[in-house]
Each structure stands twice: as structure tokens, then as C-alpha cells.
Design a protein around this ligand. Structure first.
Ligand code: COA
Ligand code: NAP
Length: 269
């Protein structure tokens, strides 16, 4: 893992209780940071806090839904009160599933947009009063379908496209405060919920997804954690407004959706 000293820094991780985001939280804790995590499930939050303390970090957590803007504002204020201003904010809470547009209910569309797009704004809006100015690094998590159209992803593609543009606008506005705003766009990261739900629902889809990665391997959660450690640090001090793929080159190839090639011509619930 990249060796950057995060002691005396406070890192807020939204959705930091499983998968990629938990690996990111652990990497910051392992580098000496105080880490705060939030997600909906109280049990997951507690387990994540225990894990972060076990890797040596000072950790706190609260259960809150990113769709609840008032709850998030209280949580951000409470966590900053406990552990100090935020030096890094990594915002990765998301929900997704495969569904053909004609089968997707308006509430299904709204739910994913509420979590992924509105939730991302709610996180940044809630933390803004508590981030270190100048110096903070804010990191959104987007996905390849923000720019590459993918079947069965109308909800997440629309939401993540919004996250990309929000990243750029916030970088424009908040640059004046000495705050950097960037986004990480992970490719297929194995052993995660998103991977098994979206990219590898069966062996054929998994094999095709692998064939679409120029480096011919799936990503690991550590790949994203390394990029987050870099982006959060002074080593990235002139990088702002960037949407950075971490995908083995996959976004260069993914115009052909894996599921289509694997024979999933229609997906109905
Ligand atoms: N296909 C189609 N529609 C679906 C669906 C699926 N697989 N799963 C949920 N929906 C629809 C529901 O039917 C509902 O719409 P309706 O009221 O018209 O029936 C709507 O989405 C909301 O579902 P609900 O279960 O109430 O949402 P929730 O807020 O409890 O959970 C989800 C949010 C649906 C995104 C859930 O999958 C989740 O919590 N995901 C988090 C983990 C995850 O997705 N990880 C991968 C990240 S990339
Ligand atoms: P994951 O394990 O399901 O992580 C999602 C996290 O967000 C969990 O901690 C979850 O905890 C939390 N969460 C979900 N809905 C929430 C809500 N409404 N409010 C607060 N917290 C919420 O998923 P993952 O696959 O690791 O994905 C992590 C991020 O990477 C996502 O932003 C995803 O879009 C992106 N991504 C993943 C891949 C991949 O290959 N996995 C590829 C591209 C992009 P609770 O259940 O406790 O709320």
C-alpha cells in the first residue's frame, strides 16, 4: 500500500462500511488517519468502526441515510466535533441493480438517483462547513456508465453522469477555498457487491467482462484505496475537477456491454 502519513488528519467516508469504500476507510486508518464512517445499517457501522480500530485507527461511525439531508448535516457536525475538521471526504454510498428501462418503476429510478446523485450532493453540502479550508480533498465515486451508455443501467448511468458534472462544478466553486474536488471511476472490482450484482451475475458475463479489460485482470479494492490515498494527499495538490478511471483501461473498451454479449438480451424482474 502507498506509504503516506495521514496522522493528524481526519477522513470522512460516506458508505464506508462494506466493499470498496470499507477498503478505502481501512487504508486511511492504516496510514494513521482518524476515520469517520456513515451508512444506513447500524450493525454494519459498528462492525466497520471495530475493524478500523483494529488496524490502528481512531474511528467513529454513525448510522444515517445519505437521502436524509438533515440527518447527514447533524452527523457531519457531530463527527467533526468528535474528531476535528475533515481533511479528506470520500463519498461512495450507492445503490444499483440491473433492470431494463421498460421494467423499471419510476420509484426504482428515483431511488437510485436519490442515493447516488442527490445523496452525493447531500454529503458534500453537509461536510462543507466542517472541511479544512484551505487544504481539504473531496472525492466522489462515479462509475464507467456515467460516460459509456450501458443497457439495464438507465438509473445509475443518469445518476453517475450527474455526479461527474457535480464534481467539476464543485471544483470550480470550491477551488477558491483551497478545496480540491475529484472523482474516482472504478472498473470491475472483484469481491464486491457491485461486481456480483452488475458485472458477474453469471460465469459467461464474468468471462466477457474480463475480456473487456485491457490489463486482463479484475480490479482489487486496494487499487481504489491506493488512488484515494494519493488523491487525498498533498502529492495530488494540483489535481482538481478530474474524473479518474481506475479500471485497467476498461473504459476504453466497454462500449459493448458485458451482459449483451453474454446473451442477456432482456432483463425483466
Ligand atoms: N430491479 C428493479 N427494481 C428494483 C430492484 C431490482 N432489482 N430492486 C429494487 N427495485 C425497486 C423497488 O421495486 C422499488 O420500486 P417500487 O416501489 O416501484 O416497487 C424501488 O426500487 C425502491 O426499492 P426499495 O427496496 O424500497 O429501496 P431501498 O431504499 O430499500 O434500497 C436499493 C435501495 C434498491 C438500491 C438496494 O438494492 C440497496 O440498498 N442497495 C445497496 C447496495 C448496492 O446496491 N450495492 C452496489 C453498489 S454499486
Ligand atoms: P457496497 O459494498 O454495496 O457499498 C455501498 C455502501 O454504501 C455500503 O457501505 C452501504 O451500507 C452504503 N449505502 C448504500 N445506500 C446507502 C444510503 N442510502 N445511505 C448511506 N449509505 C448507503 O458497494 P461496492 O460495490 O463496494 O461499491 C462502492 C462504490 O463504488 C459505489 O459508489 C459504486 O457505485 C462504485 N463502483 C463500484 C464498482 C464495483 O466493481 N464494485 C464499479 C464501479 C463503481 P448500508 O447498507 O449500511 O447503507
Amino acid at each position: 500500500m502507498l506509504r503516506i502519513d495521514y496522522s493528524d488528519r481526519h477522513v470522512f467516508v460516506a458508505g464506508g462500511t462494506s466493499g470498496i469504500n470499507l477498503a478505502v476507510a481501512k487504508a486511511f486508518a492504516g496510514a494513521g488517519a482518524r476515520v469517520s464512517v456513515i451508512s444506513r445499517d447500524e450493525g454494519k457501522v459498528q462492525r466497520a468502526v471495530d475493524m478500523l480500530r483494529a488496524v490502528g485507527g481512531k474511528a467513529q461511525g454513525l448510522a444515517v441515510d445519505v437521502r436524509d439531508s438533515a440527518g447527514l448535516a447533524s452527523a457531519a457536525s457531530a463527527l467533526a466535533g468528535l474528531q476535528g475538521p475533515f481533511d479528506v471526504v470520500y463519498s461512495g454510498a450507492a445503490g444499483n441493480f440491473l433492470c431494463a428501462a421498460d421494467s423499471l418503476s419510476p420509484n426504482g429510478f428515483r431511488t437510485v438517483v436519490d442515493i447516488d446523485l442527490n445523496g452525493s450532493f447531500n454529503v458534500m453540502h453537509a461536510v462543507f462547513p466542517h472541511v479544512r479550508k484551505p487544504g481539504a480533498s473531496l472525492i466522489h465515486v462515479t462509475a464507467p456508465q456515467s460516460s459509456v451508455p450501458m443497457r439495464f443501467q438507465v438509473h445509475a448511468a443518469a445518476a453517475k453522469a450527474g455526479v461527474d458534472q457535480m464534481t467539476r462544478v464543485l471544483a470550480l466553486e470550491w477551488g477558491a477555498f483551497g478545496i480540491r474536488v475529484n472523482a474516482i471511476s472504478p472498473g470491475p472490482i472483484e469481491n464486491t457487491e457491485g461486481f456480483s450484482r452488475l458485472m458477474a451475475p453469471d460465469e459467461a458475463a464474468r468471462d466477457f467482462a474480463l475480456s473487456q479489460v485491457p490489463l486482463r485482470r479484475f480490479g482489487r479494492t486496494e487499487d481504489i484505496a491506493e488512488l484515494a490515498l494519493f488523491l487525498g494527499s498533498e502529492h495530488a495538490s494540483y489535481i482538481s475537477g478530474a474524473i479518474i478511471p481506475c479500471d485497467g483501461g476498461g473504459s476504453l473498451e466497454s462500449v459493448k456491454p458485458a451482459l449483451e454479449a453474454a446473451g442477456h438480451r432482456s432483463l425483466h424482474r
